[in-house]
Design a protein around this ligand. Structure first.
Ligand SMILES: Nc1ncnc2c1ncn2[C@@H]1O[C@H](COP(=O)(O)OP(=O)(O)O)[C@@H](O)[C@H]1O
Ligand SMILES: [Mg+2]
Length: 164
């Protein structure tokens, strides 16, 4: 599913849309956010965390690698793998212990093995003044979710369309 996101607000709306499509229990889900610097990965992650009801700041996990959030009964891990150099290094951040929450992962290509383990991948890229967003279902439930998103918005599954 491909969308055109004309401005940052469209990126934020897409995060809200994904959140509404996810089940109430997102423990163990992994959503990869890829795209070059400035593509909007953090904008998307921040909007999703805020849409869940978090009101404080959403600092970049670039140095901490993981920023955890507990929002009512949900746990979200905002992960940034920029400083990771391969699958082996995932243990530095205790990746396997993060399975009680929803993992939002920036720079997933630093740990290529994650591509097989994730549920959904959102690829963001520059497109004129805006951004292009592509959802790829990876796991069975992720693929189902992508299909539901596309079905709910048939104009989007047909190709490039506005985010709302
Ligand atoms: N759809 C969009 N169109 C234009 N600009 C956008 C869009 N989404 C986000 N931006 C802007 O692009 C920049 C993205 O920064 P950021 O989210 O930190 O990117 P990344 O985490 O991918 O490096 C921000 O300045 C943001 O306001
Ligand atoms: Mg970022």
């Amino acid at each position: 599913m491909t969308l055109y996101l004309a401005d940052p607000a469209a990126t934020e709306r897409l995060a809200g849309r994904l959140l509404r499509a996810l089940p109430a229990d997102t423990a163990g889900w992994t959503v990869l956010l890829d795209g070059e610097l400035g593509a909007g990965k953090s904008t998307f992650a921040r909007a999703l965390i805020k849409a869940l009801g978090h009101t404080g700041p959403v600092p970049s996990p670039t140095y901490t690698l993981v920023e955890p959030y507990r929002i009512s009964d949900r746990i979200i891990y905002h992960v940034d793998l920029y400083r990771i150099a391969g699958d082996d290094e995932l243990r530095y951040l205790g990746w396997t212990e993060l399975d009680d929450g929803l993992r939002l992962v920036e720079w997933p290509e630093r740990a290529p093995g994650l591509l097989q383990q994730a549920d959904l991948r959102l690829s963001l890229s520059y497109d004129g003044d805006g951004r292009r967003a592509e959802f790829h279902g990876i796991s069975e439930r992720g693929t189902k979710l992508e299909a539901e998103l596309a079905k709910a918005h048939p104009e989007i599954s047909a190709g490039l369309a506005k985010a709302d």
